[in-house]
Each structure stands twice: as C-alpha cells, then as structure tokens.
Design a protein around this ligand. Structure first.
Ligand code: SAJ
Length: 426
C-alpha cells in the first residue's frame, strides 16, 4: 500500500494537526471542513485554533503545497474522518457528523482505498454504522476497500508531540484493513503501532477517557470528604501519593473538554444496566461547580449581591478551548446565586455569558471585586503577583479552586486565602 493522497474530513483540534503532519511528511493532503469560516480563514493563512506550534506547522504544510483546504472531499488514496461526536439531549452520542462525513466520502470511494475513523465513537460504530454507508458505493469493506478505527489520544496542549510519539492503536474491520492503516500512520508515528479489531479499538479509546474521569471523580469526592473532616485535601493527596501504587489526581471545579466529560456517556448509553460506576463518576464531576459555590458560601457567607471576579474560563490550563468548561458552569452558578460576576479569560477576551460582565484584563475584572476566584490554572493567572495585585483590587478574599496559588504569598499580601477542598480553611 503506497499512499500518495489523503483526504482529512474535519479540521478541528485533531484533524488539522493530523492533516498538516501528513502534509509535512510528504503526502498530498486535502483538508476538508464544512464550516466556510474555517476554510476561509485557513486559506487566508489564519489558524482558527490555539495549540502550541500548530500555526507554524499549518503554514509550513500549506506553503509546501502539500496541504490544500476545501469544503468538500475529493478523490484520494486514503480518507480520515476526524469530525466531532458531541452528545445531544439526554447525553446521547450525536453521530450526525460521522454519518455525514461517511456519506460525503462514499461517491469518491474507489477500490483499494483506505478509510479511517478517528472520531471518538460508541462501540461498534465502525462496523454497524460507517461500513454500511461506505458500502452503498457498491464496494465491500475489507474486500474492496480497507476500513479501520484508530482513536486519537493526544493531549490538548501537547498535540503535536503526542501525535508523533504516542502509541497508536489501529483496529481494522479485518486484518488487512488494520495493516492498511498501519501503512498510512507509519509515515509519521514514532510510537508503537498496535493492530487489533475495530470494536476493540473503539472500546480502548472510551476506556482510557472513562478511566481518567473516574479517577478525577475520586479526587473530587475525596475533596468533599476532606472538607467535612477538616482535612486539607492537598496535603492528604500529597501524602497518599507517597504510596508506590497510588496516584490520586487533582480535585478542581469539575471535568470539561470535548473528550473526558463526553466519552463515558457513550458507555452509559450503550449499556446503562452495566455502566453504574461510570455514570456515578460523571455525576460527581458534573456537580463539582455546584460544590464550588457551596464551599465558597460555607467559608465566606452567601454570595448574593457580592462582586466576584472569576479568572479563567477554558476547560483546563493553557488551552483556548471552552467546550464543556466547568469554569463557565461555575460562573453561571455564581450568577444564578445572584452574585455580580465579572469573567476574564486570557485566551478569549471576547467570550460573553448572559448576565455576566466580561473583562479584558485581570485588573479590570478584579478592580471592584469582593472576591477573586481562580477557576483555571493558566500559567498567566498562576503568575499573578499578589503584592502588585493587592494594589489593583478592592477584594481581600481569594478563592483558589485549582491549587494554583501559593497560600503564604497571598496571605502575606493581606488576602484571606481559601482553597477548594481545604477543610482547614475555617
Ligand atoms: N482535570 C482535573 N483533575 C486532574 C486532571 C484533569 O480536574 O487531575 C480536569 C481538567 O481540568 C479538564 C478535564 O479534567 O477539565 C480533562 O482534562 P485532561 O487534561 O485530563 O484531558 P483532555 O480532555 O484534555 O484530554 C484527554 C486525554 N485522555 C487521557 O488522558 C486518558 C487525551 O489523551 C485524549 O486524547 C483526549 O482526552 C481526547 O481527545 O479524547
């Protein structure tokens, strides 16, 4: 199998880096997005996402002539589907984008083509949903063309490195399809490439993110317990993690992003009778923003009427991605509790939430505040100097939900410092 041309459908956080990396490794790549704004901005040399190193990579790929951006797929030797799989009402997987992408490929499908689904999908999607759509071309998966599922596993913030270095699982609808997938990814993947069947690969992806979700839920539940027993969770985790087989993750305002807060629901939907622990973990993490409010009110009294500066809105530190962000959820919960909230997000200065003010600088957000809350551990926010900050804000209470600030420094700058999960605050 010798691939010359590749068509990548979906130019988001996964599709764009993948398309660009293949292009800089010598393939002729057609990057496809159905959103005209994305196509237009990429064709004007602008990258619509923030990921370290991505802009340089995309520009290199486009300048080399190996990456072209289109709004429709074109014939190619291989196709990669990297479109989102959000959930719809009732936490049910929304496969509309995957189905539309498969349908868009079908008229172009030729004998010996390879189709890879990368989008996170419920178990059996490749075999039960994608294969039948592609077979409407008259070609048979595994016999006339190759079909495989290969999950992306890259960590936002480190996508470009992990894309190349991580182990890559490729699950074929049959053995030859998996091998065809290997022949494609081997062009740039330096990590181990492991071949399996499509449904195993789908399940592996969901298990990885579910495992992390459950572990974060444990950390969040431990924080609630520590709070009740007047223990500082951060000290307790630090001590527990000295055990050679224990690695407790960090509590915080909840779990967001397009992956970990979504994917476990695919198991719950597919097997609600079995996925009890998974469902409970999701509920713990989803209710964490409400816990943030309860914790704050227990420590400082009702927030009603108070001016609160909420710092950080992204779903995690040092990314611009606001999808499913627990920080946004927390800001809304504070607003609904009648606090006067001002938000500041260094990666998106224009984001707005109804009933909430948006500030363009930290100082502007905090100037009139009673309480300043750190919701995301962005480096830029962690680096705030409490002494200087004290001069630009009327607030004398800071609430750190992510253990991002140094308690002593804030206290010696004259602030009352409260930290989520620290039952010794009182
Ligand atoms: N979080 C905590 N406590 C922690 C770690 C994370 O509250 O100790 C929160 C973060 O703040 C964020 C959420 O969890 O809101 C998820 O962040 P993350 O860094 O754990 O993961 P993602 O969603 O950015 O990326 C995950 C990764 N999966 C795993 O680590 C198993 C990544 O490898 C996947 O490729 C990605 O999902 C994906 O696309 O599925």
């Amino acid at each position: 199998m010798n691939y010359q041309t590749l068509c990548v459908l979906g130019l988001g956080y996964i599709g764009l880096p993948t398309a660009s990396t293949f292009a800089t490794h010598g393939l002729k790549v057609i990057g496809v997005d159905t959103n005209p704004a994305v196509v237009e901005s990429l064709n004007n040399g602008k990258v619509h996402l923030f990921e370290p190193g991505l802009r340089t990579l995309v520009q290199a790929a486009i300048h080399s002539g190996n990456l072209v951006i289109k709004d429709q797929p074109q014939p190619a030797d291989a196709f990669i589907i990297a479109v989102p799989t959000p959930f719809k009402e009732g936490k049910l997987a929304d496969l509309d984008f995957v189905i539309a992408a498969a349908k868009a490929i079908t008229p172009h499908l030729k004998k010996d083509n390879l189709v890879i689904l990368e989008s996170t999908s419920p178990p059996r999607t490749t075999v039960d949903i994608v294969a039948p759509i592609l077979e409407e071309s008259g070609l048979i998966a595994g016999k006339d063309f190759y079909l495989a599922y290969s999950p992306e596993r890259v960590l936002p913030g480190q996508i470009l490195r992990e894309l190349i270095e991580n182990a890559r699982v490729i699950g074929g609808v049959d053995e030859i399809s998996a091998k065809a997938g290997e022949a494609l990814y081997i062009l740039f993947v330096r990590g181990e490439i492991i071949l399996t069947d499509a449904t195993t690969a789908e399940m592996v992806k969901l298990m990885e993110n579910t495992y992390r979700d459950i572990n974060i839920a444990a950390a969040n539940e431990f924080a609630r317990l520590a709070d009740r027993f007047q223990v500082d969770i951060w000290e307790a985790i630090n001590l527990a993690n000295r055990h050679p087989r224990v690695k407790i993750l960090n509590p915080g305002p909840g779990v967001g992003g397009h992956c970990i807060s979504v994917d476990p629901w695919f198991f719950v939907e597919a097997a609600p009778d079995l996925a009890k622990l998974i469902s409970t973990a999701r509920t713990v993490n989803d209710t964490q923003p409400k816990y943030v409010l309860d914790f704050l009110e227990r420590n400082t009294g009702k927030v009603s009427g108070k001016k609160i500066a909420a710092l950080g809105l992204a779903y995690k530190p040092n990314v611009d991605d606001l999808r499913e962000s627990p920080a946004i959820e927390t800001a809304k919960i504070l607003r609904d509790a009648d606090a006067k909230v001002t938000i500041y997000e260094p990666f998106d200065l224009d984001y707005s939430i109804e009933g909430i003010e948006t500030a363009r600088t930290v100082e502007q957000a905090a100037a009139q505040a009673d309480i300043v809350i750190l919701l995301v551990g962005h480096s830029k926010l962690k680096e705030i100097d409490p002494l200087k900050f004290a001069e630009s804000t009327s607030a004398r209470v800071v609430f750190d939900t992510v253990n991002g600030w140094d308690k002593e420094s804030w206290q010696s700058a004259g602030f009352t410092y409260i930290r989520l999960g620290d039952g010794k605050n009182k």
